[in-house]
Every structure is written in C-alpha cells, then in structure tokens.
Ligand binder design. Structure first.
Ligand code: FES
Length: 177
C-alpha cells in the first residue's frame, strides 16, 4: 500500500515537473522573438556610430562629420592653437573647462558644432568665417562668442559647445557615437 502511494507521488512529481518544463519552454519560445526584436539591428547600430578617417587632415585643418543629424567638428589643432587655448584662464568662465578637459588626444578637438543657446550653427569652423571676440567661434543668431576650444565667453549661450562621445580606434581612425 505504501509503495502504491509512493509511486503515485513520484508520478505526480514527474507530471508536475514535465508541466513546468513545458511551460518554461513555451515562455522562452514566446519571449524569444520579443527579446530578439529588442536587439538593435546591425544597420541601426551602424547609424549610432560613425567613423572618420583622419590621415589626410593636416594640422590646422578641420572636417565636419555628420553624426545622428548633428555636425561634429573635428579639428587637427596646431601647437599655436593649443597654446592659445591653454593660455586662457578658466577663472570667470561661464562653463569652466581646461583645454585638456575637452580633448581625448591633445591634437584633436572634437565637438558638436551647434550653439548651446538655441541651436544655430556658429561661424568660425570654416576657413575665412568670422571667429568672434575670442578668436574661436561666433554665433551671429544672438551673439555668442566661443574661444578656439569651444568654450563660451560672451553672449547668451549657457555652456560650452557640447562634446560627443568618441574614441580613437587607431591613430588615424575616429569613431563617434
Ligand atoms: S543660437 Fe547661438 S546665440 Fe542664440
């Protein structure tokens, strides 16, 4: 009698276990397409980052790389450019930052070319454009003046030009995003 009861219990346990296992598998199979659809596809991931080839960008030259609809300004700084940026004291700056705070690699200044006031594109990135009172960038929309490291000194812009996330994949390849 005791053996029959034990057999019944064992069978019940087995059926319960089988049921739970089947349930778990069903949930996993149902969830997989959902989880899979939440992974960004390769083309979406590619849009999130953009690569820039820098080997042809000589000291003193600058390029614009579009990243997520925004112009990213990449400037190969000369020693004179760097000395000029480092000569300015951060004291009294609205958004204090040293030149070193704004660059990953000393020779390369990478920043978003959008005025932090209301989103105009400042002048000064292209050759021959007005550079404002601080010899950097000038936003004529409402008169914001940035220095050559993109730090705000005068006008209504509340902060320095924003810096995008970026990394150097090697000495000549920049990945933004
Ligand atoms: S948008 Fe640049 S100063 Fe207003």
């Amino acid at each position: 009698m005791a053996d029959v009861a034990r057999d019944d219990k064992t069978r019940r346990d087995f059926l319960q276990l089988a049921g739970w296992t089947g349930f778990g598998l069903g949930v996993a199979l149902t969830a997989w397409p959902l989880i899979h659809s939440m992974n960004p596809s390769a083309d979406v991931r590619a849009l999130a980052t953009v690569k820039a080839e820098l080997s042809a960008v000589e000291p003193g030259m600058a390029i614009t790389v579009m990243w997520q609809g925004k112009p990213v300004w990449v400037r190969h700084m000369t020693e004179d450019d760097i000395a000029q940026a480092e000569a300015l004291s951060t004291e009294g700056m609205r958004d204090p930052a040293t030149y070193a705070d704004r660059v990953e690699r000393r020779r390369w200044l990478v920043q978003i070319g959008i005025c932090t006031h209301l989103g105009c594109i400042p002048l000064g990135h292209k050759e021959g454009e007005p550079k404002g009172d601080y010899d950097g960038y000038f936003c004529p929309c409402h008169g914001s003046h940035y220095d050559n490291a993109g730090r705000i000194h005068k006008g209504p812009a509340p902060r320095n030009l924003d810096l995008p996330p970026y990394r150097f994949l090697d000495d000549a390849t920049l990945e933004i995003g």
